[in-house]
Design a protein around this ligand. Structure first.
Ligand code: SAH
Length: 259
């Protein structure tokens, strides 16, 4: 289970924090690290020193340019945030995160990304809006921001605690077979299709966006759609587009194949 939890660091600027993250991960049994556009050389003497024997995690880390690439195959994306934002998003505690992880990882093909921001500016609004939920580590409100690797440590620890609890109860039987959930990439294709269609039918004006797309994102992400459910929604969008352009709809009611 723990091998399906990915730690994603965005725009990290101190190699020591990458080493500290690797140590925190290896201590807790996590191995999957992704670095998004790091603003420093990831592997330096500082990294190795702070990793204290866990630098193989940094050697094995995937470095990518965008958050999209780092989480494309993930079904649950959770952003760690020290601050609350203007548009409230589902907010969970680290303990609740543990519960979500075990629920999520009971499903086939599910994979989780925990996203951490830059040391100086955290995560951007656009990055936070790509997350199903935000996790906030309760801290002194007057001094709320933890060191990056310390924040990883707290969430990695809660992940391990939750996993240990499932080891004790892993022999219970599960009546319903869970269906595969939509991946991040499938959701992003859907949001792009939705926006196109809303523009085509004159419901959405990109010049006056208000908070329409973020609100629709929040609604959709809250409902955790299965892959099949998302395919049905895309089928509806395709039929709507055809109506809007005067083309005859296929009318089969069959969902589109995934993009
Ligand atoms: N100065 C930044 C915080 C940077 S700390 C800001 O104001 O947003 C680097 C990262 O560690 C954050 O982006 C976040 O992912 C994580 N982090 C730090 N403190 C946290 C807390 N109290 N709760 C959750 N995540 C935290």
């Amino acid at each position: 289970m723990l091998e399906r939890i990915r730690i994603v660091l965005i725009g990290t600027s101190h190699p020591g924090n990458i080493g500290g993250t690797a140590r925190a991960m290896h201590n807790m049994g996590l191995e999957d690290l992704a670095l998004v556009a790091p603003r420093c050389e990831p592997l330096t003497a500082d990294t190795v020193s702070r990793a204290s024997g866990a630098d193989h995690i940094v050697h094995g880390a995937r470095t990518v340019e965008t958050l999209e690439q780092a989480v494309a195959d993930c079904t649950l994306v959770v952003g760690a945030s020290a601050r609350s934002r203007t548009l409230p998003w589902p907010m969970i505690t680290p303990r609740e995160l543990g519960g979500r992880l075990t629920e999520e990882l009971a499903g086939p093909e599910s994979r989780i990304a925990l996203i951490f921001g830059r040391e100086d500016s955290g995560l951007s609004n656009a990055e936070l809006q790509r997350c199903h939920a935000h996790v906030h580590i309760p801290t002194n409100p007057e001094f709320s921001s933890l060191n990056l690797a310390a924040a990883v440590q707290v969430l990695a620890y809660e992940s391990r605690l939750a996993w240990l609890a499932t080891q004790e109860t892993s022999h219970r039987s599960d009546a319903d077979t869970p269906q595969p959930l939509a991946s991040h990439e499938e959701l992003e294709h859907y949001f792009a299709h939705l926006e196109r269609t809303l523009i085509a039918i004159g419901f959405h004006d990109p010049a006056m966006p208000r908070q329409l797309m973020p609100r629709l994102r929040r609604l959709t992400l809250r409902s955790r759609p299965e892959r099949m459910e998302l395919n049905i929604l895309r089928g509806i969008l395709t039929a709507t587009e055809k109506q809007a352009t005067g083309e005859k709809p296929a009318g089969s009611g069959e969902p589109d194949p995934p993009a």
